[in-house]
Design a protein around this ligand. Structure first.
Ligand SMILES: Nc1ncnc2c1ncn2[C@@H]1O[C@H](COP(=O)(O)OP(=O)(O)OP(=O)(O)O)[C@@H](O)[C@H]1O
Ligand SMILES: [Mg+2]
Length: 371
């Protein structure tokens, strides 16, 4: 966290033509002062010549007195068009997997899963935040965040949160099976107080069917956007209540993504299974490896095959991404994930489930190392 310092600032200079400088304070670690809600700042990075934004105290708007309207995450007219969920694996594949379970390789698989499960269940002293981002949109960030949230929920007995820190109209609430959203991260930034108990806080969150909680970024166009001060206030406050928070970020170099990357305990970078996607992600990793502080040691890469037509050789791509010294988890193409809509763990392909568990284990292993 703290030692990650200015990596996003430098990243922007190197990767975004050097013109997207951070506002002072954006890249610094959170501290107790962050808990005080501040006025919304602009989401986009200011131009170098722009004046330094002044964060004035928020007006004392009591959002609890006038609760926001509950908004469906999908228009009900569309929701009925979703159709039944299809299984990630074909029938033939499932039959093959059943046969393999009877062979000797099954023992090794079980041992591996047991090892991951142990890691996933390890105690944490303070809440750990794992942020998911990518260098491009539409590559699977929300899907990966939802898989992480579900994996942690499955294995842990303490409260787990999935938090959407993407722009409005993100897909995390739908992927987590939320039918409607009322309270947003921006609302909670004004509501949370240190005296609140977990039960008070969860009144403002969406319970997830499989367990755990969800905090959406907004309510479509109806809600306030989650900006940097609100993100900081909310993540800092919620760490008291949730053992693990998986954050669905916008793409680098969005302002909230930069802050999330800088203040998290571990980061997951999703790379699409294309030559240019792998190449761009590798450039980010190379840059991270040159930083004086160990940002790479708390980074995990997901190589996501979001299309059945990917022709890139997965072994070569994995080796290329692994070279700087990060673990690479291959997330295979999964028919259930491709379908969109809520993710049902039972409908995921076997390899997808294994990838999700391994990813969660790799991420929490790194997240607990950070002070
Ligand atoms: N492993 C996978 N197999 C099949 N389809 C996938 C997989 N991962 C993601 N997808 C599909 O890819 C699309 C984009 O995924 P997702 O919404 O998670 O990306 P994103 O990076 O969050 O996008 P955005 O930048 O718009 O927020 C979705 O339609 C999803 O169903
Ligand atoms: Mg998304």
């Amino acid at each position: 966290m703290a030692q990650d310092g200015d990596w996003q600032r430098d990243l922007l200079r190197e990767l975004a033509d050097g013109d997207a400088d951070l506002a002072p304070g954006d890249a610094s670690p959170p501290d107790a002062r962050d808990a005080a809600p501040t006025a919304p700042a602009t989401r986009s990075a200011p131009a170098p010549s722009a004046p330094v934004p002044v964060h004035r105290p928020a007006r004392p708007v009591d959002v609890r007195a006038v609760p926001p309207e509950s908004v469906p995450t999908i228009d009900p007219r569309l929701a009925i068009a979703l159709g039944p969920p299809q299984h990630g694996d074909s029938v033939a594949r499932r039959a093959g997997a059943g046969l393999r379970r009877l062979t000797s390789s099954a023992g090794q698989e079980v041992a591996e899963r047991t090892g991951y499960a142990r890691e996933l269940q390890q105690p944490v002293t303070t809440g750990r935040v794992i942020a998911v981002t990518s260098i491009r949109g539409g590559v699977g960030k929300s899907t990966v965040t939802a898989l992480l949230g579900r994996a942690f929920n499955h294995y842990r007995h303490d409260p787990v949160l999935t938090l959407e820190a993407d722009a409005a109209l993100g897909t995390l609430p739908v992927r987590m099976g939320a039918e409607s959203a009322r309270w947003s991260g921006a609302d909670l930034a004004r509501i949370l107080t240190p005296s609140m108990q977990l039960a008070d806080v969860t009144d403002y969150l969406v319970p997830v069917a499989d367990g755990g909680w969800l905090l959406p970024a907004g309510r479509g166009r109806a809600g306030a956007m989650l900006d940097v001060p609100a993100y900081r206030a909310v993540t800092l406050a919620l760490r008291r209540y949730f053992a693990v928070t998986a954050v669905d970020c916008e793409t680098i170099p969005g302002a909230v993504a930069r802050t999330a990357m800088d203040t998290c305990h571990a980061r997951v970078i999703v790379a699409p299974m294309t030559a240019e996607g792998v190449d761009g992600t590798r450039q980010v990793l190379d840059w991270l490896s040159q930083l004086p502080h160990p940002a790479l040691s708390t980074t995990v890469v997901v190589l996501s095959a979001a299309s059945p037509d990917a022709t890139l050789d997965a072994r070569t791509a994995t080796a290329h991404l692994r070279e700087p010294g990060v673990p690479v988890v291959l997330l295979p193409y999964d028919r259930h994930l491709a379908q969109g809509g809520p993710i049902h763990t039972a409908m995921l392909g076997q390899e997808t489930r294994t990838a999700a568990v391994r990813l969660a284990a790799e991420a929490i292993r790194r997240a607990v190392r950070v002070r």
